[in-house]
Write a protein of this length. Structure first.
Length: 150
């Protein structure tokens, strides 16, 4: 297994944090803004909280890949959660999401810690480039969607 250096991404959105957080936790709508996401389907009851698990299907080079994600921390009062990939070659990877007030709007911050095993561990640079691209494109789509400029 390899562990990539942590990555942090952020975007400023001209909407209140409560609105932004409310949209972000609609996992079944991630396909609308997350680059490459085809579907997110709950495997546990659809109420988001610690222990909620969902299967995410993502379009990748060479086809589609699915993996399961579990919420390991959830604090709606702080507009934050943490999720962990629990299946597949990226098992153990984590994303921490939070929404912060930023003037009259919000700042969305995603901190990503990627782990790769099996054949994926041979593609460290490609994984990093893929994550960076997906996050930059996805956060820009999120901004446009929530600001009504999509």
């Amino acid at each position: 297994m390899i562990v990539l250096d942590p990555m942090t991404f952020d975007v400023r959105i001209g909407r209140p944090p409560t609105d932004v957080f409310a949209f972000l936790v609609l996992w079944e709508r991630q396909w609308e803004w997350q680059e490459g996401v085809v579907e997110t389907r709950f495997l546990t009851p659809a109420r988001l909280g610690v222990g909620t698990t969902a299967r995410k299907v993502r379009r990748m080079k060479g086809g589609e890949e699915s993996f399961d994600i579990t919420i390991v921390a959830f604090d709606p009062a702080a507009w934050s959660w943490e999720e962990e990939i629990v299946s597949g070659g990226l098992r153990g990877s984590r994303e921490k999401w939070r929404v912060e007030p930023d003037g009259a709007g919000s700042r969305v911050v995603a901190e990503i810690e990627m782990r790769a095993s099996g054949f994926l561990s041979l593609a460290k640079d490609a994984i990093r480039e893929s994550v960076e691209h997906a996050m930059l494109v996805g956060l820009e789509k999120l901004k446009r969607k929530l600001e009504g400029t999509a």
